[in-house]
Design a binder for this molecule. Structure first.
Ligand code: CO8
Length: 373
């Protein structure tokens, strides 16, 4: 059995960002148009009038101020309200491959490795743009990596589940190093006409090099002290989009073929589960919660993260202890906790303990305990 480290991380951030104010302006234009077009039906009670969104509500309820996106114009066009991402020819790299490979190249650079040092690529994310061939195998080709590749989806928890799979492969000697890549175009499956959720998501890609400790040479290493995963079935976060939609024509294009959630219920049910899992994981690893210098948590909602860390520590956490990136990135699904880890790790002294934890649809929760080398 080999000891395993994370030896490098990478981040791809799209060029364009949308502020709450810009998003709300587009949404409210759509609302005004809808209510005007349906004035008679609204008057007679056949159709319900739509209500405006508010930038102040969004920031207060979620902590989100802006989000990076792969296409800004298509989302903000009130006639369209979805990204415009043109199809590419089969001999061009796909958009998920392109952003995933960019994050991977940065992770390889920080790890001081090249494609020749990697034996596997796992693409772990919420939304894969096609059924096959696997995006991971395409990224292998784009980077020039030999060995194996496979895709996996555990929604927002995909990256931590991917890190466990990668860590197991390296520990068992099946690979010297594995790249875990999370390209997320969450705006592709976000209903920008839904007031309750139109502000939640953004786009980004992350990558992590999981490597045999005795081969790692980078100055950015973290020992993986343990991983722990939990899933429990819930319909509170759901997306019914899939390949069988065409066999049920009546449902094609319906709102349930995009992201839907009961936000309050998710908040209430998931926070205690995360605190319990992380607490138990630390205990099983022989560590105390008070030994942990940093919690890199899934970035969905600021109050959610405050509550989870408060349950764990028994007090409010400082922003250094639980760093925030959702203010500028929004929820980037599986990429979120890794963006926090990538952005807020270099200041930690050697020996510092941290927990990388993600949570989301399924429900699914992942915990990875890390110690800086
Ligand atoms: N503007 C103004 N007012 C609003 C708006 C708006 N945009 N939206 C709702 N309101 C109003 C409501 O009408 C309501 O009014 P009233 O009290 O009069 O009825 C009031 O605000 C409160 O509404 P909510 O109860 O809905 O608001 P919350 O305080 O619960 O906040 C949140 C809503 C921010 C959504 C919050 O519940 C939340 O963040 N919950 C956690 C959700 C979460 O973490 N989900 C994770 C899902 S992500 C995941 O697992 C990945 C899935 C795959 C990703 C795919 C990519 C698309």
């Amino acid at each position: 059995m080999h000891n395993v480290v994370i030896s490098g991380t990478g981040l791809y951030t799209p060029a364009n960002s949308i502020s709450n104010e810009e998003l709300v302006q587009s949404f409210n234009t759509y609302v005004a148009q809808f209510n005007s077009d349906n004035a008679a039906a609204i008057e007679s009670g056949e159709v319900q009038a739509l209500t405006e969104s508010s930038a102040a509500f969004i920031e207060k309820a979620s902590g989100i101020k802006s989000r990076f996106v792969m296409d800004k114009d298509g989302i903000l066009d009130p006639q369209r309200m979805k990204p415009r991402l043109p199809e590419r020819a089969n001999d061009e790299w796909s958009i998920l491959c392109q952003m995933g490979a960019a994050a991977a190249e940065q992770a390889l650079q920080r790890a001081g490795k090249t494609a020749a040092d990697i034996d596997g690529v796992i693409v772990a994310c919420s939304n894969l743009q096609r059924a096959y061939p696997a995006i991971s195998i395409e990224i292998q080709a784009a980077l020039g990596v030999q060995g194996f590749g496979f895709d996996m989806n555990v929604a927002c928890s995909s990256a931590t589940f991917g890190i466990q799979a990668a860590s197991n492969s390296v520990q068992l000697g099946q690979a010297r190093a594995v790249l875990v890549i999370s390209p997320e175009i969450c705006t592709g499956h976000l209903n920008f006409r839904d007031r309750d959720s139109h502000f939640i998501f953004g786009d980004a890609a992350t990558a992590v090099v999981v490597e045999r400790a005795d081969l790692a040479t980078s100055p950015y290493q973290f020992d993986i002290l343990g991983t722990k995963l939990l899933t429990q079935f819930s319909n509170s976060i759901r997306n019914n989009f899939g390949f069988l939609n065409r066999a049920a024509e009546e449902g094609v294009g319906a709102p349930d073929k995009l992201f839907v959630q009961e936000g309050r219920k998710v908040f209430r049910e998931v926070c205690p589960m995360v605190a319990e899992l992380v607490g138990k994981h630390l205990e099983e690893t022989g560590l105390n919660v008070s030994d942990v210098q940093r919690f890199w948590l899934h970035q969905a909602n600021l109050s959610m993260n405050h509550l989870i860390v408060k349950k764990l520590l028994g007090r409010e956490a400082s922003v250094e202890e639980a760093p925030v990136i959702l203010d500028t990135y929004a929820n980037t699904s599986s990429a979120g906790s890794v963006i926090a880890f990538h952005t807020y790790q270099d200041d930690l002294p050697k020996g510092s303990l941290g927990v990388l934890s993600s949570f989301g649809a399924g429900y699914s929760i992942g915990s990875v305990i890390l110690r800086k080398r």
